[in-house]
Structure formats: C-alpha cells, structure tokens
Design a protein. Structure first.
Length: 248
C-alpha cells in the first residue's frame, strides 16, 4: 500500500487531503499541533501531535517510516494583516517560520526515504499569494513565494532520483482560516466582511471561492502515477485569480 504523510493534516485542506488519499488507497499519516483535531481523525490514520517547525519532533515521525510515496507539506498560518510598517518582526518571523521552514523540514526528512526508493512525490502548499503580491499580507506572501523557490529547487535536486516536486497555490478557500482573513482585511480597509468576501470572489474569472476538496483533489492527482512527469510546476486552484487586491 502506498503511503502519504500530510503536515497540518487534522483539519481544513490537510484533513480533506487525508480523506481523498485514503479513498485512493493510500495509508495516511498526519501531523498536527491540534491534539483534539487529531483525536477526531479516522482511526486507521497514523496521527502524530507535532509542530511542523519542531525539527526533533518531525525527525522522530519520519524515523518511524520505512517508506514514503507522497509528502504533502501543508502546514501554514495566515500571519498578520497590516501595512508593512505596522508588522512586528516577531509576527513576521512566526509566519515565515511555519509556512517556509515547515515545508523545508518536511522535505528534508522525506527526501532520503524517497531517494532510497527511487521514486516519490512532494506536494508543497503555497498560495496565490506566492504568485502575486498581496497588500497588507507581506509576511505571508513572502513566505509563499519562498515555498515556490524551495519547490523548484527540490524538483531539480531530486528529479535524478525519480522524485517529483510541485506546488499547489490555493486561492480563497472557504473555511475558518479565510474567515479570519476576511475579518482582519475588513478592519484594515474599513469595509464589511461581506464586502471583502465579494471582492475576493469578483477578483476571479469564475467569481467563486474554492473549497478544500478542490485543493485536495489536485494533491491526489500530483501524487498519482497519472502525474508521473509533472514536476517543478506551480498550479493554482483558485477559480483563476485576476485581482490579488480584492475591491468592490
């Protein structure tokens, strides 16, 4: 049975990735900092309470694996929503750490397993903020751009060993995290939550938010044999973002 490891896999996009990989016949391993959410995961999943940026904890998880087919480096946080001059350095570092260093550590410990097997796929969760600049989201956008740079390097470095790497860039995803972003942007811009929401939707060619299941479906495809020659790619799942600075 093929095996997938998903960081931040107990809720949101990560949880949906686990569900869809399980449906595709994978053994699912997940890490998360939320013990309560982990407790609610399906009983046949292998669950570990570990921070994506705790190297000792992540090393211990990977040490317990005798093989890995797909890595979904999915851990991330929204970070602060504020003009750059108002962003505290501590908040910048916290956001960049989880979004970038979390992906780095997962790739660092997955690479030896995949290289030994001569195959594997790494799927890094970036964002459309890693394609465009996003006003009032400097730490998040910087980290997500860096995730793409990391992915491109992994694809080149690991390709000779039969290992692929790609990045998924979700747009505005329905769910609790996006609700927090909407509330903070509304406060910064002096708008209502619904006005900001409509601005995001209007900034896509399909006039829509996306759902976790849409992002997870792309991860499963990228981890499958159907994508055996897809590597080094930045793939947006966003209904086509036209305007990264939502307005009404």
């Amino acid at each position: 049975m093929k095996r997938v490891l998903i960081t931040a896999g107990a809720s949101g996009i990560g949880r949906e990735m686990g569900v869809q990989f399980a449906d595709a016949g994978f053994e699912v391993w997940v890490t998360d900092v939320d013990g309560a959410a982990l407790a609610g995961c399906p009983k046949d999943w292998r669950c570990f309470e570990a921070s994506a940026v705790d190297e000792e904890a992540m090393a211990a998880v990977f040490a317990g694996m005798d093989g890995l087919d797909v890595l979904c480096a999915n851990a991330g946080i929204a970070g602060p929503t504020a003009p750059v001059e108002e962003v505290r350095l501590a908040d910048w570092r916290g956001c960049v750490s989880v979004n970038l260093e979390g992906a780095f550590l997962a790739a660092k410990y997955a690479a030896p397993l995949m290289k030994r097997a001569g195959r594997g796929a790494m799927v890094l969760t970036s964002s459309t903020a890693g394609i465009y600049g996003y006003p009032n989201r400097a730490p998040y956008a910087a980290a997500k751009w860096a995730v793409i740079g990391l992915m491109k390097t992994l694809a080149m470095e690991l390709g000779p060993f039969g290992v692929r790497a790609n990045a998924i860039c979700p747009g505005a995803v329905e769910g609790p995290r996006m609700e927090g972003v909407l509330a903070r942007e509304a406060a910064v811009k002096g708008m209502t939550r619904d006005q900001v929401y409509q601005g995001y939707a209007a900034g896509t060619s399909m006039r829509s938010f996306v759902e976790a299941r849409d992002v997870a479906a792309m991860a499963v495809f990228l981890g499958s044999d159907a994508a055996r020659l897809v590597s080094g790619q930045v793939i947006a799942v966003d209904g086509h973002t036209e305007n990264p600075d939502p307005k009404v």
